[in-house]
Design a protein around this ligand. Structure first.
Ligand SMILES: O=c1ccn([C@@H]2O[C@H](COP(=O)(O)O)[C@@H](O)[C@H]2O)c(=O)[nH]1
Length: 583
């Protein structure tokens, strides 16, 4: 872990189950390669991950079984290590590539900006060569305008030790917010293509679908159905992401999907037995058994799972990566303190509105101060932001450059429509928060506005409990003798609630609105006649139809820049003025 990071913390652990074929999975790391410096249970860094995967590959080799390392996208945006450099990702791409990944695909965050799409195509794809798969994504070459596959459409290969034959795909969900140098082909359309139809007729031992797709979104189900139509008996595993949650979904007794959280808090572990019979000639027709674990990026747990310790765990390579991260963090001055957070503010561990809610803080304290311009400072205004634009909690203590990007990594600035009749403008916030259907008519999904974690909830009822999912190696070592529990995830998925490698004190999460609003410079009595309607540019597509529905006919041409500067910049400026002091 990084110098100054919180020390790893002891906790009661569940063992990993090894099978014939095993997977290590990361997703939505969003630049958190330095680890969570303020949270002991997630303070391992990418260097530790490099050491961990090395030891686990070695164990697999020693046992004569196989291990594949997977990443399902969104490696960028969301942490100073990526966002604070000019250009962005100056250090991040090289550091990430120190990890040896067997199957890798693209997420939506690689595609929001033309620049990050360019870097993905010209840095990460060549770094991973045949391991990079882009089943439904094309890149547009800037020099020629030619549309080319971002990477190969699928990959057929055999595992190193047992020769298990795998056909692997790499999808992204039906994303529409990509910059114009990429083309995302809708998943359902892609499945009709000749190459896909040929690939699913290959008859491997196992299909592996890696996708930047939430497990509860439609896309994986569609892919599952297409593969199953051709192959009633071949096992399929899916590795998803995007929803920022730990989750496992069972499609049928031979098809299992896992998602491994967010921000390098989680390393996913999946194992399968019975995927290939000992004799090559006989097809494995009985149901394979699957198991899953969500490993906290807590060095204590990484030592525990590898059977190593402080001295034996770090490899030379891992140490070098840790040192490279330290140097990068230093040269980006990520520990520079803008101020000192007087208390912890939660995204979803507090209700909105409440004194501990980060959104209440933004709406009540930050926006009234920052959303202003000299020539219209007395104009009553409504300022709206989407909650999804805020990405992480603020912990009491130093608020650094790094924290700034973890909280607000995006380039969104402030726009407005001047002098909107208040009667219409005042209705916008409720429409954004609770009138999803109205926006659907305009092809807009209001779930995009909110936190990824609550966008695709895991159904309460556990799917098909009649089918057995084997957890034969589950062993809980001496819980009673272990230290007290630390607060963390208690994941409920299609298999049950024992997936986390660490037994945590359960955290309660509260649903948040899609958007929050501040009323600024309002008259003391009564309502204003008109207001300036100020909003982050990201939510403009929803603002215009909301106003129309509220009875005010505006178009994009009526929208102007409200002030210079991004939310990220303005927030950091606010903190340096208002949270002065030592900590
Ligand atoms: O400029 C932006 C870009 C994104 N958002 C929010 O982020 C999510 C997407 O994040 P994932 O990690 O891919 O889930 C998007 O739906 C928005 O809520 C933003 O606010 N501004």
């Amino acid at each position: 872990s990084q110098p100054g990071a919180a020390k790893p913390i002891a906790a009661p652990m569940r063992d990993l189950n090894w099978g014939q074929l095993n997977f290590i999975h990361t997703t939505d790391t969003h630049g958190w390669l330095g680890g969570h410096l303020q949270e002991p249970q997630y303070s391992a860094d990418w260097g530790d991950y490099v050491s961990f995967t090395h030891h686990m590959r070695k164990q697999a080799d020693d046992k004569g079984i196989d291990l594949l390392v997977i990443d399902s996208g969104d490696r960028v945006e969301g942490n100073g290590l990526y966002d604070a450099s000019h250009p962005k990702g100056l250090f991040q791409y090289g550091i990430y590539a120190e990890a040896d990944v067997d199957i890798i695909c693209t997420g939506n965050h690689e595609l929001y900006q033309a620049y990050s799409a360019y870097c993905e195509h010209n840095i990460t794809v060549p770094n991973y060569k045949e391991n990079y798969i882009a089943s439904n994504l094309d890149y547009i070459e800037p020099e020629t305008g030619d549309r080319v596959p971002q990477a190969q459409r699928y990959r057929k290969f055999k595992t190193k030790n047992q020769g298990i034959e795998i056909v692997a795909f790499g999808f992204i969900f039906d994303f529409t917010g990509n910059a114009n140098n990429t083309v995302v082909q809708p998943v359902a359309e892609t499945l009709e293509e000749a190459w896909f139809q040929e690939a699913i007729r290959e008859k491997p031992d196992l299909f592996v679908v890696v996708g930047h797709v939430g497990l509860r979104m439609e896309e994986f189900k569609t892919i599952f159905t297409a593969i199953r139509k051709q192959n009633w008996h071949i096992p399929i595993v899916f590795f998803g992401g995007h929803a920022h949650v730990r989750d496992t979904r069972k499609f049928d007794s031979k098809a299992f999907a896992m998602a491994s959280g967010r921000y390098f808090e989680t390393i996913g572990w999946m194992s399968i037995d019975g995927v290939k019979s000992a004799s090559d000639e006989v097809e494995a027709t009985s149901s394979p058994s699957f198991s899953r674990r969500y490993i906290d990026t807590n060095l204590f747990g990484l030592h525990y799972h590898t059977g190593l310790n402080d001295t034996t765990f770090p490899t030379k390579h891992g140490k070098r990566v840790t040192e490279t991260i330290t140097r990068a963090r230093k040269s980006l001055d990520l520990d520079y303190q803008f101020g000192c957070a007087p208390k912890t503010l939660w995204m979803s561990r507090a209700q909105y509105p409440s004194k501990d809610s980060i959104f209440t803080w933004i709406a009540d304290e930050v926006f009234p101060d920052i959303v202003t311009r000299k020539d219209r400072k007395d104009k009553p205004r409504l300022a709206i932001t989407n909650t999804g634009g805020i990405r992480f909690d603020i912990f009491k203590g130093p608020f650094t450059r790094d924290t700034t990007y973890a909280i607000s990594p995006f380039l969104s600035g402030f726009r407005y429509i001047p002098d909107v009749p208040y009667k219409a403008a005042s209705k916008v916030i409720d429409l954004l928060n609770s009138a999803g259907k109205i926006f659907e008519e305009h092809g807009l999904d209001t779930r995009i506005l909110t936190l990824p974690e609550q966008r695709f909830p895991v159904p309460i009822a556990v799917a098909d409990e009649t089918e057995e999912v084997e957890e034969p190696w589950l062993e809980l070592r001496d819980v009673k003798k272990e230290p007290s529990l630390i607060a963390g995830y208690t994941t409920k998925d299609d298999v049950g609630d024992d997936g986390d490698d660490t037994i945590h004190e359960t955290i309660k999460f509260y649903n948040q609105p899609n958007c929050v609003q501040s009323e600024i410079a309002f008259p003391e009595d009564g309502e204003p006649e008109t207001v300036d309607l100020v909003f982050l540019d990201f939510i403009q597509p929803w603002i215009i139809p909301a106003l129309k529905f509220a009875g005010a006919d505006y178009t994009d041409d009526d929208v102007e820049e409200y002030m210079e500067g991004t939310l990220t910049y303005k927030m950091a400026e606010w903190i340096s003025k208002n949270w002065k002091g030592e900590c």
